[in-house]
Design a protein around this ligand. Structure first.
Ligand SMILES: C[S@@+](CC[C@H](N)C(=O)[O-])C[C@H]1O[C@@H](n2cnc3c(N)ncnc32)[C@H](O)[C@@H]1O
Length: 201
């Protein structure tokens, strides 16, 4: 118990000191994030939003989401994670499952240059690792990378209260946000445009 607390403290210090990659690799190597499945609500929500389009997921870990999404849920899926250990695992598991149109990249949200015409950006339990100006900048880049008018970013946090400042920043950047609650978890759907009607944009 005490060893586990020390380890968590050490990883937090490593993150603060700019060694996030090392800290996350170590956590995946030790099996801290060895989840074998994705939450059903997340799968349903992402499939409903993507409607066969282009998905980018940050903090994708070992790539569980694309393996759980129903056939035809996306034309392309890109998973990005700061932990190369998790990315290697994701590549291996998705190749084993014979998934097509999936790619996995090692990368840091904080230095993402952005993309184009993305239908859904998934941010499950990872956005709050960015703070202050980094968080604001990343949110702006996400918004500008989404398809017009329907593109959305889906932010999922386990505690609305604990992560209220992250949620506040998201709401500042995106013109429209919709909250849903599943138990203690908050799903925040952030829209690129305030309306889906192109004549109103
Ligand atoms: C708490 S885990 C959540 C993993 C997965 N999304 C889930 O919900 O099970 C956080 C994930 O975000 C990744 N991560 C943390 N900081 C990151 C950053 N700055 N850029 C990209 N990925 C990051 C970690 O490597 C890890 O995979």
């Amino acid at each position: 118990m005490r060893a586990a607390i020390h380890r968590r403290l050490l990883w937090r210090i490593q993150r603060v000191l700019g060694n996030a990659r090392l800290a996350w690799n170590e956590q995946f190597r030790l099996g801290v994030w060895d989840r074998t499945d994705c939450c059903e609500e997340v799968v349903r929500k992402v499939a409903g939003l993507a409607k066969g389009g282009k998905i980018v997921e940050f903090g994708c870990g070992p790539g569980m989401l694309p393996r759980r999404l129903p056939a035809g849920a996306f034309t392309s899926y890109t998973g990005i994670d700061i932990a190369d250990y998790a990315i290697d695992e994701a590549k291996r598991l998705c190749a084993e499952a014979g998934l097509e149109n999936c790619s996995f990249l090692h990368g840091d949200m904080a230095s993402w240059a952005g993309g184009r015409d993305i239908d859904v950006i998934v941010l499950e339990e990872c956005l709050y690792y960015l703070r202050g100006k980094q968080l604001l900048r990343f949110c702006e880049i996400c918004r500008d990378s989404l398809a017009v008018p329907h593109g959305v970013a889906l932010v999922i946090v386990h505690s609305h209260h604990k992560h209220r400042s992250t949620i506040r920043t998201c709401r500042k950047v995106f013109p429209k946000s919709v909250h849903e609650f599943y138990g203690s978890r908050t799903f925040l759907t952030l829209h690129r445009c305030a309306s889906d009607d192109p004549s109103l944009i």
